[in-house]
Design a protein around this ligand. Structure first.
Ligand SMILES: Nc1ncnc2c1ncn2[C@@H]1O[C@H](COP(=O)(O)OP(=O)(O)OP(=O)(O)O)[C@@H](O)[C@H]1O
Length: 356
């Protein structure tokens, strides 16, 4: 059950056949020292605030939001690369950060792989492909030498890399081939979850579709859970079962992918999707007032209130809790949600952007 009492893939829903999420975040926060303020600055960046999320086995969760809203931070927290400042991360129901370091490394290795944006920087340039792929098997002492060599061959085949490339260095590969190596490396230990953070944005347009199709194909064949972070909202919607909208470090809505374009309840989600070409018949985007506020000094109450055409004093006073939409697995945090049956096209003409 989600915390609003509805069944479905909400943050506290039973996830998967055994009722155990592959990964779960509970009230996770990440606060950084601001880069701009210098070594002794007291300024803090609120990169992630109060994130609750579970990912069920086999599910694809897409994450959308403007630059700097905390998508990469969420991704890194999900795979144990970044420790939350507060809150918890659990794999298969076990709290990651209360484990001894060796057990934590083993748990992350066995459960989660990550694919980064730019394979040129994510791969060790000095190692040939077969060594890059064998490395996680060596570190986690998986199988005999012969079994590891066989697993490397299997991984290359899985991602469509010809055996002849086993001795190639990353610099001798195309961008698409490098990303295939990165995906194979993420799969080396047979994880239940892969988190892909902008996996195609550094690639030529011509190979993007191949990499996305590869991820979808692997997800189907291996039963993977996939968390997919991208600026490309149209792709996120196409790839995902569920879409998470983030704004200024907070998850503000979760909706089944089919609901998100025209039935989302959070004004920000509607605005974001209205500005995405090709999803709806051509419309002018819903106009938002002003820039995204600084993550160092987020507004009180609802962080979106300074740009929202529906904001009033209640939005200044308090961040709303999650409310359930009528469909299972759809929830949002807003005091003045968009009516469910209101089309985005209709909204575009009704919005009245005001000065904050
Ligand atoms: N190590 C760090 N030190 C200080 N601030 C950081 C650090 N990492 C991230 N931030 C800040 O935290 C906020 C969230 O960053 P994050 O990279 O998670 O956002 P994002 O949504 O992934 O952005 P983008 O889409 O541009 O990649 C931003 O304001 C960013 O500048």
């Amino acid at each position: 059950m989600s915390d609003d009492g509805r069944p479905g893939p909400g943050p506290t829903a039973p996830a998967g056949p055994a009722g155990t999420a592959v990964v779960g975040l509970a009230d996770a926060h990440v606060v950084h020292r601001a880069r701009s303020g210098g070594l002794f600055s007291r300024d803090r960046v609120y990169a992630l605030t109060g994130a609750d999320l579970t990912v069920a086995p086999g599910e694809t969760v897409g994450v959308v939001g403007e630059s700097g809203c905390g998508k990469s931070t969420l991704a890194k927290v999900l795979v144990g690369v970044e420790r939350p400042t507060a809150g918890s991360v659990s794999f298969q129901g076990r709290d990651l950060w209360s484990m001894p370091p060796a057990e934590r490394r083993t748990t992350v290795g066995a459960n989660a792989g990550m694919v980064f944006q730019d394979p040129s920087t994510a791969l060790n340039r000095r190692l040939p492909v077969h060594r890059i792929l064998r490395d996680p098997l060596d570190v986690h002492a998986r199988g005999t030498r012969a079994a590891r060599a066989e697993r490397v061959r299997e991984l290359m085949d899985l991602v469509g890399l010809p055996p002849a490339l086993a001795d190639a260095l990353p610099g001798q590969l195309s961008g698409g081939q490098r990303q295939r190596v990165a995906i194979a490396r993420a799969l080396a230990l047979d994880p239940a979850l892969v988190v892909a953070d902008e996996p195609t944005s550094a690639l030529d347009v011509s190979v993007r579709a191949q990499i996305l199709n590869l991820l979808l194909d692997l997800k189907e064949r291996l039963g993977l859970a996939l968390v997919f972070v991208s600026h490309d909202i149209q792709t996120v919607r196409r790839m995902s079962d569920r879409v998470i909208t983030m704004y200024l470090g907070r998850i503000v809505e979760e909706a089944p992918a089919g609901e998100v374009t025209d039935r989302s309840r959070h004004p920000y989600t509607r605005a974001l999707f209205s500005a995405t070409p090709g999803l709806l018949a051509p419309i002018d985007p819903i106009p938002l007032t002003g820039p995204v506020p600084s993550a160092t000094r987020p507004p009180s109450g609802c962080p979106f209130r300074t740009r929202c055409w529906k904001a009033d004093a209640s939005c200044v006073a308090r961040m709303p809790d999650f409310s359930a939409a009528s469909r299972p697995g759809h929830r949002y945090r807003c005091h003045h949600p968009v009516e469910e049956d209101r089309s985005t096209r209709d909204l575009v003409h009704q919005t009245d952007p005001r000065e904050p």
